[in-house]
Design a protein around this ligand. Structure first.
Ligand code: SF4
Ligand code: SF4
Length: 242
């Protein structure tokens, strides 16, 4: 039995992907590139954007990363002004970690945390696709533990909350309680366009909105859902690794 397993392992070889901070696997829909010089102001790209991430005004395009699903619909409408790379670097820092003060704060946080980071996943009302991508981080392909990062079962043991989904009214109290239960310096990551902007689901009887409507967010990783590589890049950006 053992011999068979050993043979199988040798036959499979190394499954873990090396972290690449620029080009990811072929077919991944990444960063949007805007070449506004070619824009004739038709606005088709913005009209077809499901979340209002693109705004076309007087031959100028405005793009909001946090709202973007990276679906590529706008690119199919206009390849003159828009293209999409396979770059997985989609993350954006929150207000308190931006600029000079943010760099100092991140250094202080990284001194407190040392070489490890404990993560608690919190579902605020997701469709679960973001959660599946996040759980793939623990697979041999991404092997999150090799970077000293691991998921924990309780917010009391966590340094970072990774929150998926739009904030729903049913879970609002649980979100606030989980945040309060997490020890300082508690960090918060908004995972996916729902948590980043709340734009996938319009406001309604069950929806509160984006995560930063209720908690301070330190890093946003947009996408619907973001790939495990994009989540890794967000974690490294937060920790100042790589
Ligand atoms: S990729 Fe999709 S969500 Fe993003 S701007 Fe284009 S159409 Fe909108
Ligand atoms: S961002 Fe997309 S994949 Fe993630 S929870 Fe929202 S709808 Fe689902």
């Amino acid at each position: 039995m053992m011999l068979r397993m050993l043979k199988q392992i040798l036959h499979t070889g190394l499954a873990t992907e090396a972290y690449a901070d620029e080009e990811a696997s072929v077919g991944l829909r990444g960063e949007l590139v805007i070449e506004a010089q070619g824009c004739d102001g038709c606005g088709n790209c913005a009209l077809n954007c499901p979340t209002g991430a693109l705004e076309a005004k007087r031959k100028r395009l405005k793009w909001e990363r946090k709202k973007c699903l990276f679906c590529g619909l706008c690119v199919t409408q206009c390849q003159r002004c828009l293209s999409q790379t396979q770059n997985v670097a989609l993350a954006e820092l929150g207000l308190r970690l931006e600029g000079e003060a943010g760099i100092l704060l991140r250094k202080r946080i990284s001194n407190v945390l040392g070489r490890s980071l404990h993560v608690r996943h919190l579902d605020a009302g997701s469709c679960n696709a973001c959660d599946f991508e996040m759980s793939a981080l623990g697979s041999p392909i991404y092997d999150l533990q090799q970077y000293g990062i691991d998921f924990v079962a309780s917010p009391r043991h966590a340094d970072l909350l990774m929150v998926t989904g739009v904030v729903t009214k049913n879970l609002l109290e649980a979100i606030k309680m989980t945040y309060e239960a997490t020890p300082e310096p508690r960090l918060v990551m908004a995972v996916g366009a729902c948590a980043c902007s709340g734009k996938v689901f319009p406001k309604g009887y069950a929806v509160v909105g984006a995560l930063d409507d209720v908690l301070p967010v330190d890093i946003y990783v947009p996408g619907c859902p973001p790939s495990p590589s994009a989540l890794l890049q967000g974690l490294f950006m937060l920790l100042g690794k790589f």
